[in-house]
Design a protein around this ligand. Structure first.
Ligand code: SAM
Length: 188
């Protein structure tokens, strides 16, 4: 089976809290549903939820399971189809290893954040890179107060932030995911 060469990882560790400390954030039901639905809409077949907390991973599996096998599966099959693409992983490394399956080329990691950073790639340039369908790209989205500087230093691509028409650009991760997917995979 050929996999889509773009996948999203929603990272709950390592991210900053309000005091710039590195923490593990709590899973949000809304993030899981909405990012799965946006991902599925734009043709992605894997959406990784990354958290080192075993309890949180169980919760993520339970949320997906409820809509796949439980009462929810009959009640809302559209939601089931979206949540089918969710994969729950303890670390970013394990998410990358899973996404690597089925691709000969090494996964490239693209990271996102609301702040401008030097050497970043525009979404339109990144859209062109995605046209090489043999090259897998994992798009990292943060939680809390965003992904750590170390994650930015290690990524292959830093994507330019989504900008509105003012100085405020702190989007919810769900909105950022939907906007990026539309720009990267949407028809204009
Ligand atoms: C820092 S978290 C904030 C989480 C927040 N608790 C929420 O309501 O979703 C938001 C994540 O969404 C993405 N994001 C937010 N604003 C963005 C922007 N202007 N451009 C690109 N990505 C953005 C980044 O991945 C960022 O790490």
């Amino acid at each position: 089976m050929t996999h889509n060469n773009l996948a999203i990882a929603l990272v709950h560790y390592p991210v900053y809290n309000k005091h710039h400390e590195v923490v593990t954030t709590a899973l949000t039901n809304l993030d899981q549903h909405d990012i799965a639905r946006s991902s599925r809409t734009f043709g992605l077949d894997r959406f990784y939820i990354v958290t080192p907390s075993e309890e949180q991973r169980r919760l993520a599996e339970r949320i997906s399971g409820h809509w796949q096998d439980g009462w929810g599966a009959d009640y809302n099959p559209d939601r089931r189809t979206a949540l089918e693409i969710v994969r729950v992983c303890p670390t970013l490394k394990s998410a990358i290893a899973d996404f690597q399956n089925g691709f000969a080329k090494t996964v490239k990691v693209a990271i996102t954040g609301a702040a401008q950073r030097p050497g970043s790639t525009s979404l339109s340039d990144f859209r062109q890179l995605l046209e090489d369908i043999d090259q897998p790209f994992l798009l990292l989205l943060g939680t809390g107060w965003g992904l750590t500087d170390e994650c930015f230093a290690e990524a292959d691509y830093i994507l330019q932030p989504i900008a509105g028409n003012g100085t405020y650009n702190h989007l919810s991760v769900r909105s950022a995911a939907a906007i990026m997917l539309d720009r990267l995979r949407g028809t204009l």
